[in-house]
Design a protein around this ligand. Sequence first.
Ligand code: DON
Length: 310
Amino acid sequence: MIKNNANFQVKLQEIFDSQHDLYKQGNVADYIPALAEVPANKMGVCVATIDGKVFGAGSCTTPFSIQSISKIFGLVMAMNRKGESLWQRVNMEPSGQPFNSIIQLEWEKGIPRNPVINAGAVLIADVLTSNFSASKLAFLSFMRKLASDDSIHIDKHVYKSELSHGSRNAALGYLMKSFGNIEAEIPDVLSQYFTQCSVAMSCNQLASSLLFLANKGIDPKSNEVICSPRDSHRVNAILSTSGMYDQSGEFAFSVGLPAKSGVGGGVIAIVPGYGVICSWSPPLNRFGNSVVGVNLVEAIAEELGLSIYH
Ligand code: DON
């Protein structure tokens, strides 16, 4: 844990500088053309603690496309709204498949393996679309409240780019609808899902917005209950087993924290009882996780001894 703030800020900068050139080992996501426009050498990191400390390095205040990190927030909203019945429509097992895989979904009769692969997130987007009168606004308001920042916005350029390259997500949606596991119309569900993915936030904003998961569901900034301790535990459990997709096992092995990545290059890691790490660097490895992002979280977790498996 951090014993001396000034020393840790220096150490964080050292870790950041030592990782910088690794970005050349990955590839920026280009299946959503707008994401390919982000410079590959952009990079930032933030460590925020539940007792109010914030440490940052690099472009930690630059907004980027949060992409699949949005799946965490949608899941919390859906859990709050639906309670136990949600788990009749989505499972909580690792998939061992790429994040956008469709293969398992037919075998398993339209029940997604977990809420943080694409099939599961499309299902969650349906829950929000079907249960909130203005679901996109509700999502954006939730993000703004959690980050205590009303400037958070949807990147419309990314949204349009996703929408025009979203055939695979549409296929997942229609397959689930054929099994009776989607209530709303698919175009509305996809619009919700792509809106969520297109939210732009910085490392500092993301780390701050997720502190409730490190604090048994209570936002330490406002003392507001965001979810129950049981649901906070459940989200962290799902992030531990599935948040880094088919690299989740390796990530648990080497880092040992609940975590979630997005194809915009962001990675968040929750340190229960302590805080949140958020890193960002656009080039991705073959699993769709940021090369530098994963390495930064690993180096910080090791430096501070943060693994939950110690
Ligand atoms: O569904 C998609 O293709 C994206 N909007 C989100 C995917 C994503 O970030 C997967 N994560 N690594």
